[in-house]
Design a protein around this ligand. Structure first.
Ligand SMILES: NC(=O)c1ccc[n+]([C@@H]2O[C@H](COP(=O)([O-])OP(=O)(O)OC[C@H]3O[C@@H](n4cnc5c(N)ncnc54)[C@H](OP(=O)(O)O)[C@@H]3O)[C@@H](O)[C@H]2O)c1
Length: 348
């Protein structure tokens, strides 16, 4: 089977680099086009990108020229890793030109006809593609994955929906790679905690409700639970940790909650999508886990680790969630979305 050529918009950034790493040996997709800002345009990728990953730049990618960020000459499948302000204008342009845009950016996530998808949680929402004006005009469309802290939280909450989710409170400790490159200045973050990430709390709250909402014809009815998020930046390289408390209607026992997490499987596992982790969520029994240093690479960075389940004195239960922000929270999320789109016939 010949591979589907794909392009990466924002290929030189933190998420763009993860795309390149994750797609190096992908069985279905092949990187055929790279674009970034006009600062990088025309340069060889190896010169344009400040490569920050531990594996080397694939040789064919290092020698590829960075193209202008315009649809002319771009492949029909685009992974987009652009800042929201740029994505807001650029992603519609690519969709309008007939491209399938699989986006990481927040720019269009909450637009009512744009699916915000985690394949294990709400794969049915991709049907929103069919009502997009771009789709009707040129065949192009936009699909998004959530914010890097919403995704770990939602993967931990989805198995608990059977118990009737009533209230969710989450406090994040987010890695510096989540701020892109060069990101937060070292003098601001070393030995410090920054209790503010612009728009992050709003994104977590609204995206969590959309992801756990129900598709009703042409719109998603948001999940009807109360939700509060507090977001902090901490001096960790990769991996967002979250302290979460929940109130559940049916009052399950501790063992029932743990069993719900450990037995959680969904469509990507049934379909054996290449990037789907065998276990989307794993409960760790050790009293001091999960920790970013030890647990972010579970399931090749695609598994969400949960631990420290104990009674909460205010709501019912509290626990800790950890997920890899640039893999499960960004590039891996988009690649899994694209795999789902292919299987569902949207990459024809
Ligand atoms: N980092 C994470 O953990 C994470 C997780 C989830 C979602 N996201 C989202 O993913 C997106 C990218 O984040 P990042 O962390 O990869 O950011 P980043 O490291 O700052 O990279 C930004 C990329 O966008 C390119 N770019 C900037 N201006 C452009 C323009 N006018 N036209 C075309 N390309 C342009 C940059 O190219 P140059 O190198 O040429 O400047 C670079 O390739 C953001 O929307 C972010 O919120 C990030």
């Amino acid at each position: 089977m010949s591979k589907i050529p794909i392009g990466i918009l924002g290929a030189t950034g933190v998420v763009g680099q993860r795309f390149i790493q994750m797609l190096e040996h992908h069985p279905w997709f092949e990187v055929a086009w790279l674009a970034a800002s006009d600062r990088s345009e025309g340069k060889l990728y190896a010169e344009a990108a400040k490569w920050r990953l531990k594996t080397p730049i694939p040789a064919n990618i290092a020698a590829m020229k960075v193209s202008p960020a315009t649809p002319a000459g771009a492949p029909k499948v685009i992974f987009a890793a652009l800042d929201a302000s740029i994505a807001a204008e650029m992603e519609p342009r690519f969709a309008d030109a007939g491209c399938a845009v699989v986006s990481n950016s927040s720019a269009l996530r909450m637009q009512s006809d744009v699916p915000l998808v985690i394949p294990e949680v709400n794969s049915s929402h991709i049907k929103l593609i069919d009502i997009q004006a771009w789709r009707k005009k040129s065949g192009g469309y936009v699909v998004t994955n959530p914010n890097c802290s919403a995704i770990g939280l939602v993967l931990a909450l989805a198995p608990l929906q059977q118990f009737g989710l009533e209230t969710v409170m989450a406090v994040t400790m987010q890695a510096i790679s989540g701020a892109g490159y060069p990101g937060v200045a070292s003098l601001d973050i070393l030995g410090n905690v920054i209790p503010f990430i612009r728009n992050e709390e709003e994104k977590m709250e609204e995206e969590t409700r959309k992801l756990l909402g129900q598709l009703n014809g042409s719109k998603v009815i948001p999940g009807a639970f109360a939700m509060s998020a507090q977001c902090n930046r901490v001096a960790v390289e990769d991996g967002h940790t979250e302290s979460v408390s929940v109130r559940l209607r049916t009052k399950p026992k501790r063992e029932e909650i743990i069993a719900a997490w450990n037995s959680f499987r969904s469509e990507p596992q049934q379909l054996k999508l290449p990037s789907a982790p065998e276990l989307p969520v794993v409960y760790l029994e050790a009293s001091d886990r999960p920790q970013p240093r030890f647990d972010i690479d579970m399931g090749a960075g695609m598994t969400t680790a949960v631990g420290r389940l104990r009674p909460c004195g205010v709501l019912d239960w509290k626990f800790t969630v950890l997920s890899h922000n640039t893999i499960r929270g960004a590039a891996g999320a988009a690649v899994l979305n694209a795999e789902l789109l292919k299987v569902k016939g949207y990459l024809a």
